[in-house]
Design a protein around this ligand. Structure first.
Ligand code: SF4
Ligand code: SF4
Length: 410
């Protein structure tokens, strides 16, 4: 059975307010039950619930903080249709959510055919497509074809770096910001034309010194366009992995011209502003609750030097690079290549090289928001916070001392 947290996210969004309204003892039972079920289920399953395929290294932009646009990063041979066919077939229909990213995934030759193969050979029913959003016509054409020829439910994520001028300056020049919203507007039309097939449309913003003083404006701007917004804190594998003995396991993908990391005080200020301007307005929206808990956990991790929860990367998620290399997460180096296992994922995951790498990286914790967010469903205490009301969050001892940042209404 696929992971319902990932494959049925739209349905969960609908039942979230009901879960929040349950009496505390029932919620506690639910949290404990879900976490232990998820843990047991994961131990039995070889294929991770979430698999991210970085389809290509190519991109039409050259963002200064991106490893892809780094000239020193070599262009590699990339997997094609026959390799993806074998790979998806080997996943035995167990992938709960496929994340499709890049580079800019829309630039991948055979983009549409690869997604069709994901459904046909891999049984994939839920896809999160991460695009920079500046190719609206390309996105619209390919999405329409996919909506007509598959039954996959899509979530679409684009990025905004800040206010219009900051974004344009950072991402391809004037007009780039407007194109992101043009893309989302086109997707909104498709969502109407194909009901139930586009589960979420949202804009993600990575907070850094570049935009930290603009948080309120960014929130207001995105709200005025009528889209959902999530946030991350800028990070680098070199700076933001803790408790890893073997530093040679860390990814080389570090930003070369970007040193805009946030202090704990910056993070607290940002959380307060997002809370006041966005999250408190939508207390029953699951996507905001997950983002808030994730960022709050990261801030506490940086502040206290202690992990928010155990990381299940490798077992719960996996990254497939364009050349077939497989990584446990975006923060660590690839540890094996699918081509050495005839593009068969279970064979690679059962290998000694995989076991050794997982063992060597079994105790680390880091500020990678995707992994922190994914780990919530395996942790009854974090689920408790996710399902609770604002008032419960306020009194939670885990975040004692700074919880006012998240809980200012009564
Ligand atoms: S759009 Fe994304 S992949 Fe392309 S250069 Fe910018 S951050 Fe990198
Ligand atoms: S995502 Fe998990 S495995 Fe990867 S660096 Fe972070 S804590 Fe370690």
């Amino acid at each position: 059975m696929k992971n319902l947290f990932l494959s049925k996210r739209s349905e969960l969004e609908k039942v979230y307010p009901f879960i929040q309204s349950l009496p505390l003892p029932i919620r506690s039972l639910l949290e404990g039950g879900i976490a232990s079920f998820m843990e047991r289920r994961q131990k039995k399953q070889l294929i991770p619930d979430r698999v991210t395929v970085l389809l290509t290294d190519q991109c039409n932009l050259e963002c200064p903080h991106c490893f892809i646009s780094n000239e020193e990063h070599p262009r590699n041979w990339e997997m094609g249709l026959s390799e993806y066919e074998k790979f998806f077939k080997s996943s035995m229909g167990q992938i709960g959510q496929l994340v499709v990213s890049g580079g800019e995934p829309l630039l991948k030759e055979d983009f549409v055919n690869i997604i069709q193969l994901a459904e046909k050979k891999g049984g994939v029913k839920s896809i999160l497509l991460c695009t920079n959003g500046v190719l609206p016509e390309n996105l619209n054409k390919k999405m329409e074809e996919l909506l007509k020829t598959t039954s996959i439910v899509f979530r679409i994520q684009t990025s905004i770096d800040g206010s219009e001028d900051i974004h344009d300056q950072n991402r391809g020049g004037k007009g780039s910001y407007r194109k992101v919203f043009e893309s989302l507007a086109l997707m909104k039309n498709l969502a109407t034309k194909f009901p139930g097939r586009i589960g979420a449309l949202h804009v993600n913003t990575t907070l850094s010194q570049l935009n930290i003083n603009n948080v309120e404006q960014i929130v207001d701007d995105v709200k005025s366009f009528g889209f959902t917004q999530t946030f991350g804190f800028v990070r680098s594998p070199k700076e933001h992995i803790f408790n890893l003995d073997d530093q040679s396991l860390i990814s080389d993908y570090n930003p070369v011209s970007f040193n805009e990391f946030l202090t704990v005080e910056d993070m607290e200020m940002a959380l307060e502003k997002i809370n006041q301007n966005l999250w408190l307005e939508y207390p029953n929206k699951l996507i905001y609750a997950v983002n808030r808990l994730t960022l709050y956990s990261i801030k506490e991790m940086v502040k206290t030097g202690k992990p928010a929860t155990s990381c299940r990367s490798g077992r719960s998620e996996l990254i497939i690079m364009p050349n077939g290399e497989v990584a446990k997460c975006e923060m660590l180096k690839g540890f094996a290549n699918l081509k050495d296992f005839n593009w068969n994922l279970p064979e690679l995951l059962s290998s000694k090289v995989c076991r050794d790498f997982f063992e060597a990286s079994s105790k680390c914790f880091c500020t990678h928001e995707c992994s922190v967010a994914l780990n919530i469903m395996y942790d009854s205490s974090l689920l408790g916070l996710l399902f609770s009301s604002e008032i419960d969050l306020k009194t939670d001892q885990r975040f004692n001392g700074s919880s006012k940042q998240l809980s200012t209404h009564s």
